[in-house]
Write a protein that binds this ligand. Structure first.
Ligand code: SF4
Ligand code: SF4
Length: 252
């Protein structure tokens, strides 16, 4: 087995739910730490006070642009990381922090929160509020295989990660993405995956089509990213078994 990859975890304006999702891998997390990942920086789990130079940084939370330290932290994360992964809806799309308006004690001036892609270049998205433990684990394994694996493993990892890299093209999300990019394009097949994915039950299926409750939507992007008509990668689908086997084998 080749060397471990070095990993950092920058925690900005997030709720630690993404950290909990990572921990929800239980034994899988211990396997990652044992075999593949040297955790250099993570305020919740590691006693390192400053952002470290690493291969991969996961970033949880959006950036309060009225908080000088947060802006410096995200820039420093970019400078010190070969790969930056936006972990969860807040880092990818702002999510609930899109509703931040300031005016609350004791920092009433903290009023504007942006997804990290509005401040730095992001390489990979893991959407979801919270993201699934399996997806975090899969990306960590695939990042390892991409950096340290054989040529065949690197090819497989590239296939797996490409849709998550393409997802970084936008920093906004809401139910309206389904309306504009799927339903209005006559692409919706009524499968209900979007309704199943929504963490706040803002989507119901009416006469076979999704209906969104705008006032409930927290703008996490889960529905659009889960929709099979929003993205479809032959590279991923055709290699599903090989990808799955590579991940399962890595976690043995
Ligand atoms: S409708 Fe639900 S899943 Fe879609 S963006 Fe809104 S909260 Fe997220
Ligand atoms: S996931 Fe996509 S295809 Fe399926 S019901 Fe929702 S919008 Fe339609």
């Amino acid at each position: 087995m080749a060397d471990k990859i070095t990993v950092g975890y920058t925690h900005l304006s997030g709720c630690t739910g993404c950290t909990v999702a990572l921990a929800d891998n239980y034994g899988g997390l211990l396997t990652l730490l044992d075999k593949y990942v040297d955790l250099k920086y993570m305020p919740t789990l590691a006693d390192a006070r400053h952002i470290q130079k690493v291969d991969v940084s996961f970033v949880e939370g959006s950036v309060c642009i009225n908080d000088k330290l947060a802006v410096e932290e995200i820039k420093e994360t970019r400078e010190k990381s070969a790969v930056v992964v936006a972990l969860g809806g807040c880092a990818c799309y702002g999510n609930i922090t899109r509703f931040g308006r300031g005016g609350q004690q004791n920092q009433p001036q903290h009023e504007a929160y942006l997804p990290i892609g509005d401040l730095i270049k992001v390489d990979v998205y893991i959407p979801g509020c919270a993201p699934t433990p399996q997806m975090i684990r899969n990306v960590a394994v695939m990042a390892y295989l991409l950096l340290k694996g054989t040529k065949e493993q690197k090819d497989l990892a590239t296939k797996f990660l490409t849709p998550l890299m393409k997802a970084t093209e936008t920093t906004s999300a809401c139910f309206c993405d389904l309306m504009v990019k799927v339903i209005n394009q006559s692409l919706c097949m009524g499968c209900g995956s979007c309704a199943a994915a929504c963490p706040v039950n803002a989507i119901t299926m009416e006469y076979g089509k999704p209906q969104g409750e705008r006032d409930l939507c927290i703008k996490c992007g889960a529905c659009y990213n889960q929709c099979p008509r929003a993205w479809y990668s032959f590279d991923v689908v055709d290699n599903y078994e090989a990808i799955n086997e590579a991940i399962m084998a890595a976690l043995q």
